[in-house]
Ligand binder design. Structure first.
Ligand SMILES: Nc1nc2c(ncn2[C@@H]2O[C@H](COP(=O)(O)OP(=O)(O)OP(=O)(O)O)[C@@H](O)[C@H]2O)c(=O)[nH]1
Ligand SMILES: [Mg+2]
Length: 332
């Protein structure tokens, strides 16, 4: 505990320059400290975090941002362990941001992920940062975008974001990345995989995992079926038709194909302008989201506002007042 407090106190004394210089020098310790700073929920940390982000902004945006999602157990972490080695072997510097929605419940899954990325976590060209999801909207790490920018400034040219596909989180990840990969299990129905059509529509590619051993034929069938299903979707409007692949983290099959595909997508969307467009609309959505958060914070930060709201909610519940009028009273 003591160490933690020392570290905390030290942080209070650090200047934006300490972080900015360290990050730009690719110092991982400073990068980790900076991520902790931007993740901080303390209002007092906010100006410093903003100054650091501002200071590195010119060095961000140059990475390939890839989102990887799929239901629990589909093999996301194992995929990243193997795929990540494939990328670093080609000279890439890889940052993995693993969002951990289960950490508040079980407290144990970080450890599980760490073991599943055993090799990658010892790889000098890789940096793994698990982040607790907390109670942020959409189940995504509060500040994942900021963390991504810090990693880019620290020299990582590929960012992988792992998130469990259990609902809204994948739409939020979609808002962060250039390429959105959906991992699927063969032989499990769509309902079983919790897949809403909307999620499949967001994917830039599907990969059927665990295509090895006895599972091989089922994986091939699933590939065929999903490919047919995707053909029925309306065109993406980007000139890209999302393909379906099979892969195995056990045999490494398909890993090179997935990478090839992501590069093709990057090339196409860079040439036709859709990559830039996607990032621009992501920036604007980020702005709107932050604005909404700040307004929320300012409004609910007013003394007594919660009590007044509860009072009004009770009256609305009893039918004593119409919601529109109640809103007027509260804002008034
Ligand atoms: N046969 C086979 N098993 C695999 C493969 N990839 C993952 N597994 C197994 O599937 C299980 C789940 O893998 P994970 O990588 O933890 O899955 P995940 O999607 O990250 O799971 P959560 O983080 O809990 O959502 C583990 O027992 C893996 O060993 C594969 O390619 N082939
Ligand atoms: Mg995992």
């Amino acid at each position: 505990m003591r160490g933690k407090f020392d570290c905390f106190n030290m942080r209070q004394r650090l200047s934006p320059d300490y972080y900015i210089t360290g990050i730009l020098a690719h110092d991982r310790l400073v990068l980790s400290q900076a991520i902790t700073l931007v993740e901080s929920q303390l209002a007092a940390d906010y100006p410093l975090a903003q100054a650091v982000l501002d200071g590195v902004l010119a060095h961000t945006g140059n990475s390939m941002r890839i989102g990887i999602t799929g239901v629990p157990g589909v093999g996301k972490s194992t995929f990243i362990e193997v795929f990540g080695q494939h990328l670093t072997a080609q000279g890439h510097q890889l940052a993995v941001l693993a969002l951990d929605p289960t950490s508040q419940r079980s407290g144990g899954s970080l450890l599980g992920d760490k073991t599943r990325m055993e090799n990658l976590s010892m790889n000098p060209s890789a940096y793994i940062r698990p982040s607790p999801v907390g109670n942020a909207l959409g189940g995504i790490g509060h500040r994942t975008r900021e963390t991504m920018l810090l990693c880019e400034a620290a020299g990582f040219d590929i960012i992988l974001i792992e998130t469990v596909g259990v609902g809204q989180s994948e739409t939020v990840v979609y808002e962060l990345v250039d390429f959105f990969l959906l991992l699927m299990l063969a032989g499990a129905g769509d309902e079983l995989q919790g897949m809403k059509r909307g999620i499949m529509e967001l994917a830039d590619a599907l990969a059927i995992t665990k295509a090895d051993g006895d599972n091989g034929p089922a994986a091939n069938r699933a590939q065929f079926e999903y490919q047919n299903a995707l053909h029925l979707f309306p065109p993406t409007g980007t000139g890209w038709q999302p393909p379906v692949l099979t892969c195995s983290a056990l045999t490494n099959a398909g890993m090179a194909d997935v990478w090839q595909l992501i590069q093709e997508h990057q090339k196409l969307t860079t040439q036709n302008g859709h990559r830039a467009q996607r990032r621009q609309s992501q920036q604007v959505n980020w702005f709107r989201e932050l604005l909404r958060q700040r307004l929320d914070g300012q409004f609910f930060g007013q003394p007594g506002i919660r009590n007044r709201m509860n009072d009004l909610e009770n009256r609305v519940r009893q039918g004593e007042i119409l919601p529109g009028k109640a809103v007027g009273e509260l804002l008034g």
